[in-house]
Design a binder for this molecule. Structure first.
Ligand SMILES: [Zn+2]
Length: 329
């Protein structure tokens, strides 16, 4: 069946949970799909929308044949809206959300009578936009179902969260993720490595494969080693990384610190051997540095105006100072 109508293999538990709600007539008018990014929540939301719009659904799937399914496959269903930041923007505009009020007020085009709205990621709404959405959430039109997708649901207004039924998604089962990725990259060992690098998130792993991200990360590791060996200064390393995508740099930084922390606290194997050199740093220090990295990553992904050069320079200067201080003590 066509992709937009099917959830991923590792999402069957959530899919069946929803089925039970639908079959018992308790389908909520607002759902929040919450969990880490790059694990396929948006695909789940689209598949669910397709299923709810389908004019002759099967037990667990849309039929794939009806007029509604064809509209959904062609991404032009008149009773479906997708709200996300416009290209080049990080925030959802208030006009985008206001337009939902008229969409929700109008009659459905198809006989099914439902209208579906997917908003992703929901944390891309600022407080004004979120308040505009509350209007739609508080006056549920009988036929309109809202599906919010969030990678960071703690950032949502409590008034938004409390009006949605929340469905949690975690990092998928390793064997399902490995099988799926192996079919895509054509190599089981590579699939495994990509998943380890991306914390088990399949779509991030596929993206890393497509961007040749393993090589990029190895280059970052090499730059960091050169910094510690004194072959490069923190300012030089920051300069080298300045033209890279800051989210990619911070992803690498945080995943390496996370790996180091797991190695120190739970004996997990390190993905990047060069990081063994940092093993003697106090675990507390590693955790604090990781926390700072995650905050920066979250800031950049929310579009907070941050000075990239200054942040990279500070990050590496502090790291070198920590390592030297620790080596001397
Ligand atoms: Zn159908």
């Amino acid at each position: 069946m066509a992709d937009p109508l099917v959830a991923y293999s590792w999402q069957m538990n959530q899919w069946q949970d929803l089925q039970r709600l639908i079959e018992s007539g308790r389908l909520p008018h607002a759902l929040l799909l919450a969990g880490p990014d790059s694990i396929g929540k948006l695909r789940f939301a689209k598949a669910l929308a397709g299923y709810l719009l389908c004019e002759s659904p099967g037990k667990l799937t849309a039929c794939g044949q009806c007029r509604s399914c064809h509209f959904q496959i062609d991404a032009n269903h008149p009773d479906y809206r997708e709200i996300c930041p416009d290209e080049g923007k990080r925030q959802i505009g208030i006009d985008q959300v206001r337009s939902l009020q008229s969409f929700s007020a109008q009659h459905a085009h198809r006989d099914n009578g439902r209208k579906l709205v997917v908003i992703h990621p929901a944390e891309a709404m600022n407080v004004f936009t979120a308040n505009a959405l509350l209007k739609t959430l508080e006056e549920p039109n009988s036929g309109t179902i809202l599906i919010l997708v969030s990678h960071s649901s703690s950032q949502l207004l409590p008034t938004i969260r409390s009006r949605c039924v929340q469905l949690r998604f975690g990092v998928p089962d390793t064997s399902l993720a490995e099988t799926w990725l192996r079919d895509y990259v054509g190599d089981a060992a590579l699939a495994k490595k990509l998943l380890i690098e991306t914390g088990g998130r399949p779509l991030a792993a596929r993206q890393t494969f497509e961007d040749d991200g393993l090589a990029v990360r190895q280059n970052f590791d090499a730059a960091l080693s050169a910094l510690l060996n004194g072959q490069k200064t923190a300012l030089q390393v920051a300069e080298e990384l300045l033209d890279k995508d800051i989210l990619q740099v911070l992803d690498w930084w945080c995943s390496r610190l996370m790996g180091l922390s797991r190695h120190q606290l739970a004996g997990h194997e390190l993905v990047a051997e060069s990081w063994l050199g940092f093993n003697k740093l106090p675990p507390n220090t590693v955790m604090q540095t990781l926390q700072r990295g995650l905050e920066l990553r979250s800031g950049f992904s929310r579009g907070v105006a941050l000075n990239k050069r200054l942040i990279l320079e500070t990050l590496f200067l502090e790291w070198v100072a920590l390592c030297r201080r620790n080596a001397a003590s």
